[in-house]
Write a protein that binds this ligand. Structure first.
Ligand SMILES: *[C@@H]1O[C@H](CO)[C@@H](O)[C@H](O)[C@H]1NC(C)=O
Ligand SMILES: *[C@@H]1O[C@H](CO)[C@@H](O)[C@H](O)[C@H]1NC(C)=O
Ligand SMILES: [Cu+2]
Length: 242
């Protein structure tokens, strides 16, 4: 027993130093625990969550054309759903985020109109992007920085606004960071998508139908936001998220 738990502990600490995952979401001021790949209090069942199972845990995805890119490896629908008002800003809390790179978020309306229990989002055009931040003007003195720097400095939080004019109903929110330390080599970019389920209420009429894309599909291995020279990008400030 002693040996086993010590070994487990060492494994976890090594991993946790490397990457990251979303630990908590705050929608309309209410905190919701995310899917926790490691820090379950009793190492048995994950708590019932609004977040989809994340089989890759804190580890990155490398192939944007694999269906894992939609919501993570072996993702499946979560038992719960958060309530959120259209036009409101929600917060994601990562456990940590030790990499640099862009941050962007997509949503998809769950087609049955009731919940997201039968929707993987892995085929067909369902997704629309609600925010993207690549290189940002950090503040008046520091100049340009990657969005992840701002997240890191804000205690690993990021705030995202739900579009005010989308139709009410069930949606998946797919929030993603990309780690770009090896993005100058083909296959070097690391993707960390995370999916949560929400019921959106309110909304400004008339609602606007967003342009929909597929995932996998919208992020390509040779996209100039995926395969690029990160130092040159930061120097020039020229970068477009995939
Ligand atoms: C969401 O709102 C519905 C309808 O008001 C309510 O029944 C449900 O309990 C709410 N869910 C959460 C997680 O607060
Ligand atoms: C997100 O919002 C929270 C609460 O308002 C704030 O403490 C945090 O600094 C914000 N994070 C970023 C990256 O702006
Ligand atoms: Cu990492």
């Amino acid at each position: 027993m002693f040996t086993k738990s010590t070994y487990l502990f060492l494994c976890l600490s090594t991993n946790v130093l490397g990457h990251g995952y979303v630990r908590e979401y705050t929608f309309d001021g209410v905190g919701y625990v995310s899917y926790l790949p490691y820090d379950r209090p009793d190492f048995t069942q994950p708590p019932e969550s609004i977040a989809r199972f994340l089989g890759n845990g804190i580890n990155p995805l490398k192939d944007p054309l694999d269906i894992s890119i939609t919501c993570g490896k072996d993702a499946y629908p979560a038992p719960k759903m958060a309530n959120v008002t259209a036009g409101s800003t929600f917060m994601v809390q990562w456990n940590e985020w030790p990499h640099t790179g862009p941050i962007y978020t997509y949503m998809a309306r769950c087609p049955n109109g009731q919940d997201c229990s039968d929707f993987s989002g892995t085929s067909g055009d369902h997704w629309f992007k609600i925010e993207e931040h690549g290189i940002i003007e950090y503040d008046s003195t520091s100049g340009l920085a990657w969005a992840a720097q701002k997240m890191y400095d804000a205690d690993n939080t990021w705030n995202i606004t739900i579009p005010p004019c989308i139709a009410p109903g069930p949606y998946i929110i797919r929030h993603e960071t990309m780690a770009i330390q090896d993005s100058d080599e083909p296959g070097g970019a690391q993707f960390y998508p995370q999916c949560s389920q929400v019921w959106v209420s309110g909304g400004v009429e008339p609602t606007v139908e967003p342009t929909l894309v597929s995932l996998p599909g919208d992020i390509q291995p040779d996209d100039p936001g995926v395969l690029f020279d990160r130092k040159a990008a930061l120097e020039s400030g020229e970068y477009t998220c995939p």
